[in-house]
Design a protein around this ligand. Sequence first.
Ligand code: PGA
Length: 258
Amino acid sequence: MALRPLIAGNWKMNESVTDALKLIAGLEHHLKGLYEADIVIAPPFTSLYSVSIAIQETSLILGAQNCHWEDRGAFTGEVSPLFLADLGCRFVIVGHSERRTLFSETDGMINKKILSVSRNGMSPIFCVGESLAERENNATFDVIERQIKAGLAGMVSREAEQLVIAYEPVWAIGTGKNATAGQVAEVHHFIHNLLEKIFDAPTAAQIRIIYGGSVNAENSREILSQKRVDGALVGGASLKAESFAHIVKAGEASLSKK
Ligand code: PGA
């Protein structure tokens, strides 16, 4: 049976509080009547509180883009997962390729973050994906397997049910060059099988595997209609209410095809 689609908007370092509230108003308008997908928005930390208030009467779900693995302490400039949960966040993006490459996050750090997000009752959106060189060297599956095994070390099946895996090929992020539906389906199938081995078949069947990398209003329908593509992690196109709503609609429409 198809899982409830998850469409998540990763706003990255965009939108001041004022602009964030304008975008929320636009989303409310364009998303009216759409209830068959989980719609997550992950604004910058600085607007999380204002956004949490603004979405109280809507079906939008609050997410964060990153966090530290400790709940509190002497970690200047870091953000506690405990405080994010307290603020109403239900999802946290972990291990995004921009964190890995621009901020030197390692598989070990990502593992600690994933466990701590779960311990705080939130769902990690755990990003994995190969670089262009890795794909060209036929290393895609090795890279994905290494990242997933390292990231999920120590996680038990019960916690894994809340987990979301985002397959985001690095070469497709922000480039306008999305992976083809066939490439996405192949990797998602591989991830599903790997999750069965790491946990068990019933647990793997509960874990949503979403795709990210230049998803837009035009290509979302084909990508989301693939088997085991349970949603999308959207960057650029999540900053325009109309195109984000279009992707949510594509997610809902995909349910009837699975
Ligand atoms: P993009 O970003 O949709 O702009 O390619 C996706 C992401 O980084 O999650």
